[in-house]
Design a protein around this ligand. Structure first.
Ligand code: AMP
Ligand code: MG
Length: 410
């Protein structure tokens, strides 16, 4: 029997071809999910000025030290400070300025008395400024003030290189006034499906045809790894159509070409011939289940993955091989996080390194694994039922119920 390349050896060959992409400045609003190419430091303090955290009155705390309902303290109102305005008048003893949430504290004041602690508690738009107010509760210096730099201090490290930007991260960058973000260029992937049997969702299903599910699944999956995918459509199972589709690929600067199907040993599988005319192949089989007919090589110097056509095989191979490849282009070392679960049933394998679909649940802190009923590599719905893949090492042909197995979430 032919000795198949191990999953580990295949990954090694693949990762040798993966060169980290350069960083460039990208608009903030396009940066969601992108990877920082540099550390980012604060350019301004946040808040950048002392401001009020309540609607109320900016006062000198000492003035209202003894204020109570029985014995309120009267203060003269000298100014009205709205959010976005710049206070003009200094507050002296016996005085206060009306202030809104987020508005800058006026000179001289050192605390805010919320409107709730005064006789001026009605609030409505266009409300006239009172001449005086009565403060009926005491406060301490600093109360209801958000001091400059409370959240972020200028020069502070905000993010490390290789951080993946999430919604809240974009918010911090925006709050810093940063509109261009240094991120790693997104890898660009060309995706091609193949097969005479394929029609697109929405078309009429004729005998012998099937709907193309790989294109959308693999595109979405690779995009979730952080790459941009250009879908080149479906090639027919003939040499000329495949050749024509591949020639188009070199018009753009792709980091990777991915095809699905047409790379096994079927008599209509021409992809390999087309690759070999303008490139090379490193391997075309791996000791993995599902997904043995995995092809890797180069077409016109662009790395090439030929994923198997069966939907589950294509999905699993993309997770196991394309994800680490894209990660490396993005400068990420993120490895799959493995957990351990107890098998709820006996399990058979064929000795290849196997990634079996399973449903994991947990009882009292322990994970338990139940296999998806049919492990056929064409059964895409099993990937919806399953929430994890169990990893059965190469050489293992059975694992009894009750034994622990490694798994990762999908
Ligand atoms: P192949 O690798 O071309 O022999 O295809 C293996 C199996 O995967 C066949 O049953 C194909 O019909 C199926 N297949 C290939 N491409 C797709 C696709 N894009 N969507 C769904 N099934 C596919
Ligand atoms: Mg085919």
């Amino acid at each position: 029997m032919e000795k198949l390349l191990s999953v580990e050896a295949a990954k090694k060959i693949i990762l040798e071809k993966a060169k980290i992409k350069e960083g460039s400045l990208f608009p903030l609003h396009q940066s969601h999910g992108r990877i920082l190419s540099q550390d980012i430091y604060a350019e301004i303090n946040l808040p950048s000025f002392d401001n009020s955290s309540m609607d109320g009155f900016a006062v000198i705390a000492k003035d209202v030290m003894k204020a109570s309902h029985q014995d309120p303290v009267e203060l003269e109102i000298i100014e009205d400070i709205a959010a976005g305005s710049d206070p003009k008048l200094k507050v002296y003893s016996g005085q206060a300025s009306r202030i809104m949430t987020g508005a800058p504290m006026p000179f001289g004041s050192n605390a805010v008395v919320p409107v709730e602690f005064t006789n001026f508690s009605d609030r409505y738009a266009q409300q006239a400024l009172p001449k005086t107010i009565l403060v009926n509760k005491t406060i301490k210096p600093g109360d209801y003030i958000r001091p400059q730099g409370q959240d972020i201090q200028i020069g502070e490290k905000l993010f490390s290189k290789s951080h993946k930007l999430r919604a809240q991260d974009l918010g911090v960058l925006a709050a810093q006034g940063i509109d261009k973000v240094p991120t790693i260029q997104q890898p660009l992937v060309a995706l091609l499906s193949s097969g005479d049997e394929l029609i697109q969702p929405g078309e009429v299903l004729h005998p012998g045809k099937i709907y193309d599910s790989n294109s959308i699944t693999i595109k979405t999956l690779i995009e979730s790894f952080g790459a941009k995918v250009v879908d080149l459509g479906v090639a027919k199972d003939n040499y000329l159509d495949i050749k024509e589709k591949f020639q188009k690929i070199t018009d753009l600067k792709f980091d990777l070409i991915v095809s699905t199907a047409g790379v096994s040993v079927g008599v209509y599988d021409y992809i390999r011939d087309v690759i070999l005319e303008d490139g090379s192949l490193n391997f075309w089989r791996v000791n993995i289940r599902p997904g043995k007919p995995l092809t890797f090589g180069e077409y016109k110097s662009v790395p090439y993955f030929g994923l198997p056509g069966n939907p589950v095989s294509a999905f699993v191979s993309a997770l196991i091989f394309i994800k680490p490849y894209i990660n490396q282009l993005l400068g990420l070392s993120e490895e799959i996080i493995l957990n351990s679960a107890i098998l709820k049933e006996d399990l058979e394998s064929d000795g290849r390194e196997s990634y079996l679909r399973a449903k994991i649940d947990h009882q009292e802190g322990t994970y338990f694994a139940k296999l998806a009923s049919h492990q056929g590599s064409g059964n895409i719905f099993s990937l919806v039922y399953a929430n994890a893949l169990l990893i059965i090492p190469a050489g293992v042909k059975s694992v009894p119920k009750g034994k622990p197995v490694k798994f990762f979430w999908i």
